[in-house]
Structure formats: C-alpha cells, structure tokens
Design a binder for this molecule. Structure first.
Ligand code: TYD
Length: 142
C-alpha cells in the first residue's frame, strides 16, 4: 500500500470479515476506525461521464473518510505543500481527509460508487472552493 505523504490525511484499512456465507463484510465504526463522530453519510454514483471531476475544494473544519466501495477512481491530494495521487479500488480501504486538504476525484470507472462519512452536516460556508484562496487560507494559519 502506498504511504500517504500529505498532511491531515491517512489510510484507514477496515478489516474484512469472511464469515460462513458468500460475500464479505467491512464495518466502519464511529470514534473507532472512523476517527470522529459520524454525523452524515453520503454516496456518489452515476459516474458515467469519463471526464467527470469532483471535489476540487478543501474544508475548514469538516473531516471525512472516503471509500470506493465499487469500481475505481483516482484521488488527488494537496496540502498546499505536498501533492499526491492515490488510486482507490478496494472497498475496505478508506482515506481520511482532514481539514485544509485540497482534494479532487477523477478517472472514475462507470460502476464507481464512493461512500463518504463526514463529521458535520452539510455546510457550504465550510468549503474553500478556490485554489488561490485555499493557499492564502493555510498561509494565514501558519
Ligand atoms: P460537493 O461536496 O461539492 O461534491 P463533490 O465534492 O463530490 O464534488 O457537493 C456538490 C453539491 O451537492 C453541493 O453544491 C451541494 C450538494 N450537497 C448537499 O446538499 N449536501 C451534501 O451533504 C453534499 C455532500 C452535497
């Protein structure tokens, strides 16, 4: 597994339960393998456009963990100093997206489904949607 080099970010590996039945189970627990109280869960699907790009923002307070529970996509991470791409194609491997982390998702397979756990309810004012503003924001916090 590729190591994460950017700040405020880490890989979260959920155990895979192989029980007596067909299929596999992975469990995400609030305040356990998900390192915050989960307030919101959402999922992204219908990614049929091969040029689809999502994300392209950072958050001031929101923490999230993103999983690719079907198909694959590429997650680009940028903490303002370091950049890294992470290929997601394993349902039990999540990426913790902490605060102040510019993230972009693309190269979705048509069957891609993302599952996201979030620490807060949706709040547009928590988003930084302009890259220059993001760079300025993290500079002012140094
Ligand atoms: P956004 O977080 O920008 O999506 P992504 O990061 O996947 O590209 O959200 C896109 C739009 O969806 C946003 O303008 C408002 C709506 N939205 C909600 O209303 N509630 C939510 O919890 C989320 C995640 C999005």
């Amino acid at each position: 597994m590729e190591k994460i080099k950017v700040k405020n970010c880490k890989i979260i590996e959920l155990p895979i339960i192989k029980d007596a039945h067909d299929g596999l189970i992975s469990v995400a627990n609030s305040m356990d393998n998900i390192p915050f109280e989960i307030k919101r869960t959402y999922y992204i699907y219908g990614l049929y456009n091969p040029y689809a790009i999502r994300g392209m923002h950072a958050h001031k307070k929101l923490q999230q963990v993103v999983f690719c529970i079907n198909g694959s996509f590429n997650l680009s991470l940028d903490d303002g100093a370091k950049k890294q791409d992470y290929y997601m194609d394993k349902p039990n491997i999540g990426i913790y997206l902490g605060i102040e982390l510019w993230h972009t998702m693309k190269n979705f397979s048509q069957d891609c489904i993302l599952l996201i756990f979030a620490s807060e309810y949706y709040n547009e004012s928590d988003y930084i949607r302009n890259y220059d503003q993001f760079v300025k924001y993290i500079e002012t916090k140094k």
